[in-house]
Design a protein around this ligand. Sequence first.
Ligand code: F6P
Length: 382
Amino acid sequence: MSPSQIKRIGILTGGGDCPGLNAVIRAVAKTAMLQHGIQVFGIEDGFQGLIEDRVRALSFADVSGILTRGGTILGTNNKCNPRKWAIGRNADGSPVFADCTPQCIATVERHGLDAIVVIGGDGTMAASTGLVDAGINIIGVPKTIDNDLHGTEITFGFLTAVATATEALDKLHSTADSHHRVMVCEVMGRNAGWIALTAGVASGSDIILIPEIPFELDTMCEYIDRRVAHGPGFAIIVVGEGAMPKGGSQMIRQIDPTSPDPVRLGGIGAWVAQELAKRTTADVRSTNLGHIVRGGTPIAADRILATHFGYHAIAMLMDGARNRLVVRQNNIFSDIDLMASAGKQRLVPVDHPLVSAARAIGTSFGDVAPAPRASREPSAVF
Ligand code: F6P
């Protein structure tokens, strides 16, 4: 199909929600409507809306005034892979799956959609496979607070999650200081430590635990004892939900067998707090920010990124792109094969410059014993 034949497109948001989804919807729809006279249709609740034919025409008014709104006006779903959609349960409670690709194709044909802009993470891109195989043109936009999508240096939503986590850590800082306590704060991020690392550095946290760098409790205890005895008397520890002790494994909060990615991580922050309380003299408390880091209005940087991504999605569609994912690499917007990122995760390299910078200023990753500062002042170690 030549670009001039593109008259009607759909938009769907898949996976967990994240700040900036509405900003992308707005940019995609307004660019399509204003620049190309394309009719835009919103698909509700991710691929579920395609299976169940919940598709509605979007007017200009529908996509106006949503730039600053958190969440997604279309709804989303992080359980839906059309090829493996849970349609019920067996007597033992296990899910019954069905391939609902034909229903999706029928919905696309019924509404005469020439392409679908799919806003999602690696799971959502992987879930597009059946539609791509059926000849439907899918244009992907990279979304996730976790910032772990392969092929792009950044996803929208991440910077807002970092800002939210940083604000929370700043607040923990003042109460930790007043009570001379160790505060442990768990943040989301799945198997990647981007949120913990970045918010940890931004908040000046003392210890940052990320999945990519397994930690040792003894090393942490030594750091805390020295900091409590010879330093300011309190400590802030930020823990990515996928962090694990050396030789140990990740803590699982829930298994959802109906989800394409069934593992839900969580609980490591509370466990670390409990172990530190047992092994040190410090007064320890723990907080889990949970879904709070996914909520709320996108910060300015995410509104801008989302607008770039949305505009680029339509620009490349009108340039004849088929099954491509918008990405940003070296600060330049471009695109890669849609499936290049499917099912892959971009983790924090252990020698990432931000890890090195954090280590250089005395931040611990819980893996190596803290080196005393080159100072004559014994109390100036931290
Ligand atoms: O991928 C986004 C994310 O928020 C992860 O950081 C987290 O592990 C997961 O989704 C939580 O999923 P749910 O909303 O199903 O609990």
